[in-house]
Design a protein around this ligand. Sequence first.
Ligand code: FES
Length: 586
Amino acid sequence: MTETTPPHSNGAGTRGDATQLRSNRWFGPDDLRSFGHRSRLKGMGFDDEDYLGKPVVAILNTWSDLNTCHSHFKQRVDEIKRGVLQAGGFPVEVPVMSLGEMLMKPTTMLYRNLLAMETEEVLRCHPIDAAILMGGCDKTVPAMIMGAISADIPSVFFPAGPMLKAYWKDQTLGSGTDAWKYWAERCAGNLCDSDWKGVENCIARSAGTCMTMGTASTMACIAEALGLTLPYASSIPAVVAEHSRLAVATGRMAVDLAWRNVTPRSILTRESFENAMATQLSLSGSTNAIVHMIAMAGRAGIKITLSDFDALSERVPVLANLRPSGTHLMEDFHQAGGLPGLLSQMRDLLHLNEKTINGMSIGEQIQNAEVIDFDVIRRRENPIWPTGGTCVLKGNLSPNGCVLKTVAADPKLHKHRGPAFVFENYDELKKRINTPDLEVTAESVIVLRSAGPIGAPGFPEWGMLPIPGKLLKQGVRDMVRISDARMSGTSYGTCILHISPESHLGGPLALVQTGDMIELDVSRRTLNLLVDESVLAERRAAWVPPSRTWERGYHQLFASHVTQAHEGCDFDFLHGHSSKQEPDIF
Ligand code: FES
């Protein structure tokens, strides 16, 4: 065999010692196991020249025919390989679980931790020097990053990119957000069959992720703010030539990362997660991102809390004018300057010295960033919302906290007191919400329980509880709604989410009865059930824990080990990372 000792160049000037590559521990030794590794690559048609002494770059691909957002990944993976080869690496494509929001039941959140485990173990057990994480649709982003942090192998995230803007008649459509909006009009009797079909035909215009500031776009921006992508990667539309060039450049970057051994944990710090939280707030991004950031930070051994998030919320304005909180879409955001443009408007709120994968600090990366359109990316003196666009509420209904996207809620409801109307579970809600004699008014507070991480199961996006049909017909378009669920990042309304502890575990939400008064006060950050503690104590004593129906397999593992919303919903045994990058025995 050819020895792998000579130093190699990545084509960009960085040189490394090939004996230090992780893959050399598979291919370098003169023993029987390594003979097997090499000979089987020969069997696949690869010569020594293809891979020996070169960084092995694994392209973790979440492509699937059932993931509508990643349908362009077959082409992108070839472009990424081109970049790896240009830089002198050996690209290998490794398929991993695909989590597509649109076609999976009950919810992709059930499987986020499974993909995180798969990512970690796939990276750990193979001869991989660097990884490219091809994700985009909501949970794929935190899942792959969580796994990569725990494996701590040099990694770069490659976002799928948002869909192109959609059009119907004279309207611009944003996926998710406008689906909810037009559905409400249909339920109110204002949208005929052919118009509804028209919206269905137009709302998803291309490959790519939801083009509003939903969870996918929020998480892509967070990945960029954490320094885990190339600059501007989070907003380049999925199907334009620039996205292909991003793929090639990401391939080259991965080879460079392998030589420099830049691992996720070598760049992620508490300060970089504070940058990520500030980014989420300035975008008025998805509330789901709060759960994911806590989980990702946990993998890096960094504890961030809802209180940290709320403290930042007191200082960070909403500067991105994007749906569902604003008016524009991701394509507009990219043209307006993308994430570097946005971050350039909030330098004083960032830790500018935090590292990114390309060797520059985040401050250096945004130094020359421009904002082209100040309606899409607002100046500090003209924000969409001054501060507190998303806030954390506490009180006797949610001792561990819950969240409200204030900027997406009707300001008239920010201070509200009303009687609860309780649904025991989502099935009951679906059956009854549109019954004409439902005893609700616009002042009612709709409560849904059994929708949390364990109770639902899987922590689904049911949190934008539908407005009862009879109220829609009266013109009501927002009311206070409370649950232990999440909601889609594309959703809006006065929806109080992530109540913790969840009702399934006997949290206070389990004790609410129809007619109880509930008080929300955003200015004081409180949510309270106005029922005497003595009455609540009686109800608590009489409460019967629901039976668990998950008896086997992954579902049983999930129910036994998932943590609550305020803890990030990671598995309790996956916090942090293992001390070794690969098994002892080769
Ligand atoms: Fe994939 Fe919205 S459905 S990002």
